[in-house]
Design a protein around this ligand. Sequence first.
Ligand SMILES: Nc1ncnc2c1ncn2[C@@H]1O[C@H](COP(=O)(O)OP(=O)(O)OP(=O)(O)O)[C@@H](O)[C@H]1O
Length: 247
Amino acid sequence: MIILETKNLAKKYGGLEVLNNVNLKVYKGEILGLIGPNGAGKTTLMNLICRLTDITKGEIYYKGELINNKKTYEISKMGIARTFQVVKPFKGLTVLENVMVGAFYGRKNAKTRAEAKDIAMEALKIVGLLNEKDREPSILPIAQRKKLELARALAMDPELLILDEVMAGLNPKELDDIMKEILLLKERGITIIAIEHVMKVIMGISDRVVVLHLGELICEGKPHEVCNNPQVIEAYLGNKFAQRGVA
Ligand SMILES: Nc1ncnc2c1ncn2[C@@H]1O[C@H](COP(=O)(O)OP(=O)(O)OP(=O)(O)O)[C@@H](O)[C@H]1O
C-alpha cells in the first residue's frame, strides 16, 4: 500500500530548477533510502512534502489525500514528522521540554503539560536519552543531540518519519546504535524515509533506495541493485565504491 506519492513534482527557486518531474512512491512499512549528491534536491523534496515551501508544479498525496494545500501543522497532525539536518533545539528549554513540543504538535495532540510529559518521556526512553532529560540540549554531544531530534519527532507519533541525515558526524559505534534504533521504529510500524550520505547505513537499513540527481529521480530499487547501477556510480557513488561494495 502506498502511503505517500508525488506526481510530476517540480520546484523552482527563481530561475533555478531544483526538482523536475519527481514521481516518488513510498510504501507503508518500508524504510526508503534517499541518496544523491550535494545539492541534488533531497532536502527540498522533503520540505515540499512537509509543506514548508511552495510547490511549483505537481501533486503530493498522503494516504490517498491531496496535501498540496495543507499547512505544516496540519501535516504533523496527519502523521508526518521529520528531523532536520542541522539540529536546532529550542534554547532555554530542557531536553524533556524540547521533546514535549513534539507531543503538542503531533498526531497525539497532547492537551495538557502532564500528557505531553508522558509522551515525551516515552520517546526519550525509546532513543535512550532519559538520563539527560533535565539537561540543556546545547551541552549535549552531537550523537545525543541527534537522538533528541529523533525523540522530538517520535513524540509526534508519526506514521511517516523523515530522517534528514541523522547519522552525519557520528562515530561507528554511534552509527550502529542509531541504525538499530531506526530498525526498531520500523518494527513499530513506522514508515521511514532516510536521507543519508553514509552508504553503510543506507545499505544496512533500507528496503528500497531512490537516487536523486540534479533534481530528477534517476534510479530506484533494492540497495544492491542501486549500488550497481552505472548511472548511479557515475553520478554519485564513484567507481571505488562499486568495487568495494560498501563505503
Ligand atoms: N531557499 C532556497 N533558495 C534558493 N535556492 C535554494 C534554497 N534551498 C535550496 N536551494 C538550492 O536548491 C538546490 C538543492 O538543495 P537541497 O538542499 O535540496 O539539496 P540536497 O540534495 O539536500 O543537498 P545536501 O546533500 O547538500 O543536503 C541547491 O542548489 C540549493 O542551493
